[in-house]
Design a binder for this molecule. Structure first.
Ligand code: AMP
Ligand code: MG
Length: 357
């Protein structure tokens, strides 16, 4: 081949590669990191974007949508939809849910059935009796006493997603329910604490798809999402926390593309009194913090809501029943038992590498 022709071909090849890389946004993106708080937890963002200004914009938009979500789903916020629903407990009119909330409640009721009651968003009044969030935030146990047994029994009696009534208010052309009117029995209180972070990941995922970001790792408390690709083509590395020393990892998940990693553990919010750890994940069968032989459960799914709901459900069910539920729902699960043993679904073994260091 003539020298000039060779140079011409090489030039074209280089231009083509440049075009290809810039089309994928791979060669140009850099990492920008952000930390903030929302929904009572730390939000960390690692964004791979073409420039600082775009990353700043994306990060601010993520925080905005998290704050908006919190305004809808937190029972503590008086202007929230869930607060409004709770206010109607016992009324004959009920409450007409938004389309989003209709979907959320339907998923939650579905998982209540699948988990045989272990996952139950109607546990609100029992959770309030324990008030573990406040004790955990206070950081001490002085003055803490477990709730009175009689009071617990009374509150437990009004719980149970089976007692929720959902009547279709608006349906689509095929008759599928779009919006439902919800009726709560007197005393029942909804608590979406077990799915809040997963919902947050879903909202963020929808937004990222439109944002132009090349890749991202965003954590909202114990829930982490990975999105897109790293500029170097490598895998996303997500640590699985050691439940008895949360400053350490017990291992790493290596992931490519879009995933949601949700962890529920007895180390997240708890108060210790008389040698007993009272944590925030309650067993609806007893009204007490779940004692199923596990310290933490990590769930791997493609979307956030189911992953977050499953991590709570599997924590309550324990390793054996939880493993089955996760598999039935097409999710991967990793359990750390009370003895510190790590148990996993077969599929999880492809992603997890234990840290023996
Ligand atoms: P997570 O950290 O995702 O496991 O969620 C725990 C939060 O979910 C608690 O702080 C309660 O607000 C709520 N919760 C506790 N126990 C249950 C349960 N069995 N089913 C559904 N929600 C629960
Ligand atoms: Mg959860």
């Amino acid at each position: 081949m003539k020298k000039s022709l060779k140079r011409f071909t090489a030039g074209w090849l280089a231009a083509l590669l440049c075009l290809l890389f810039s089309a994928c946004g791979v060669s140009q993106s850099s990492r920008y990191r952000y930390a903030d708080t929302c929904m009572g937890t730390l939000v960390q963002q690692s964004l791979y974007a073409s420039d600082q200004a775009s990353a700043d914009e994306i990060s601010a938009a993520v925080m905005k949508l998290l704050r908006e979500l919190e305004q809808t789903i937190s029972w503590r916020i008086e202007a929230s939809e869930i607060h409004a629903v709770n206010q109607t407990a016992g009324s004959v009119e009920g409450y007409v849910l938004s389309r989003d909330m209709t979907d959320i409640i339907n998923v939650c009721v579905n998982l209540w059935e699948k988990s045989e009651g272990a996952f139950d968003v109607t546990i609100g009044s029992v959770a309030r009796l324990w008030n573990i969030d406040a004790w955990a935030a206070a950081g001490g146990s002085e003055g803490f006493v477990p709730p009175d047994q009689g009071a617990l029994r009374r509150e437990l009696a009004v719980c149970g997603s089976g007692k929720l009534l959902l009547k279709t208010e608006v349906s689509d052309e095929e008759g599928e329910p779009l919006q439902a009117r919800i009726f709560l029995p007197r005393g029942m209180q909804l608590d979406l604490g077990a799915v809040g972070k997963g919902l947050a990941l879903d909202r963020i995922l929808d937004f990222l798809a439109e944002s132009g970001v090349d890749g991202a790792v965003i954590s909202v408390g114990g829930s982490v999402l990975t999105y897109g690709a790293r500029p170097d083509g490598g895998e996303w590395k997500i640590g699985v926390v050691n439940p008895r020393d949360p400053s350490e990892n017990i291992g790493i998940l290596s992931l490519e593309g879009q995933w949601c990693v949700s962890t529920s553990g007895d180390y997240e919010r708890y108060v210790e009194a008389d040698g007993i750890r009272y944590h925030h994940i309650l067993d609806p069968a007893t009204g007490f913090p779940a004692d199923s032989g596990v310290r933490s459960v990590t769930i791997l799914t493609r979307d956030g809501l189911y992953g977050d709901a499953l991590s709570t459900a599997c924590f309550v069910l324990g390793a054996e029943r939880g493993m089955k539920l996760a598999s039935d729902c097409g999710a991967e699960a990793l359990f750390v038992t009370d003895e510190g043993e790590i148990l996993m679904t077969e599929g999880m073994k492809r992603f997890f590498q234990a840290d023996f260091g």
